[in-house]
Design a protein around this ligand. Sequence first.
Ligand SMILES: C[S@@+](CC[C@H](N)C(=O)[O-])C[C@H]1O[C@@H](n2cnc3c(N)ncnc32)[C@H](O)[C@@H]1O
Ligand code: SF4
Length: 429
Amino acid sequence: MSGPLPEQAKGEAPSSSGHASGRRVPFSIGSTIAEARERPILEDSTSAPPVGLYVHVPFCASTCDYCAFYQTAPSADDVRRYLTAVAMEAGLVDWPRQLTTVFWGGGTPGLLAAPDLARLAAIVRERAGAAVREWTIELAPSAVTEARLAALREAGVTRISLGVQSFQPALLEALGRRHTRTQILRAYDRLRAAGFASINLDLMFALPGQTEEAWRADVREAVALAPDHLSTYCLTFEEDTRLWLKLADGRVKLDPEFEAKMYLSTWEWLAAAGYQQYEVSNFARPGHACLHNLNTWRMREWIGLGPSAASQYAGWRAANIADLARWADGVGEGRRLTEDRVRLSPELLAEDAVIFGLRMNAGVDLEAWRREAPTAPWGEVEAVLDRLVSEGLARREEARIGLTERGRLVADAVGAEIMGAFAAMPAQS
Ligand SMILES: C[S@@+](CC[C@H](N)C(=O)[O-])C[C@H]1O[C@@H](n2cnc3c(N)ncnc32)[C@H](O)[C@@H]1O
Ligand code: SF4
């Protein structure tokens, strides 16, 4: 894929094992493409196209052993500077139309003190208008306090994504996570008591030392809390993280077969528990799929604020530089310093829409993208898709195509093949 993608989509990079990367789209849990298709949320042809806002809050108390997201341990000065710069950056954006979704990710946005959360919310609200249908914030369990939750409710936040990862002390320790099981349970109770419309729990599997029973226990405990949404991410060994170094040293090992088995078991358990899978790693009760992420996977528009945040709108895709001081200096001088800037073309959007769409249970509407990008190399793409169908990895339902359960297990390899097919495209100027 060319150019940067938003935080929540970054995790779609191929996993080290070649299986579907767990970080961050089922047919064969008995659902057809039509059944799995999201209701036309944000796809209403009578209204303006959706546009999301992603705000990257680059602060964490410490760095987890697996994490490659841009973040730093903040000083009070850093936070002040960050909030001033976000307000200035918002002033530099030519806002295309009313926002439909907001997502604060990180980092750990929930690390900001309650008055700072309120300040950030005020910057967002100035641009958000009445059209916002979902406003998510990522929280770490240790940062869930009543004061912060009150500030978030007051601001209009509707959805909380809680970074649980595991309930088991030994596995949390193996990940370099600082929270405890007790903190997770207390955080969840507080979130429910505060009355947020939707709560997601992030869990991770294929962790060093994790057995199938241990993963099953984590899934069971998460389901027992009855969250509205679950994200189950297969551990990705990101370059230069502590876990990556351990992998390079041979202190931990990859086990692709275990990963594949855990994917399949997870899909079965969560379907039995009433969670509908709508993307390789994402499951929701009816009406709780993450609208912001759907918007990005469908290759619509979003604006990113904050260091390392990606944007895709007004004909461009780019990422802000991943450096708090340089990003803030640039914004102070009236410039948004970006990298990996690419001009959007219908063909580029079609390529990414097919790759990301295949990861979703609803699949992707090929006819619609053929109309959007008539000059894309559809002959090559169709040849790959026909072969996937004949191998039982994909299936078609009228104009839509999506992966089968077996196909989803190798979604990264499928993505690489689709990229290869689009590479037959004449270079864009
Ligand atoms: C950007 S993180 C932010 C969430 C919040 N800071 C926290 O960790 O509590 C969002 C989620 O990505 C997942 N994640 C991050 N790095 C990962 C990796 N290397 N492999 C798999 N999942 C990962 C974790 O489940 C995490 O909760
Ligand atoms: S996983 Fe979350 S808390 Fe841990 S370093 Fe990454 S962003 Fe920070």
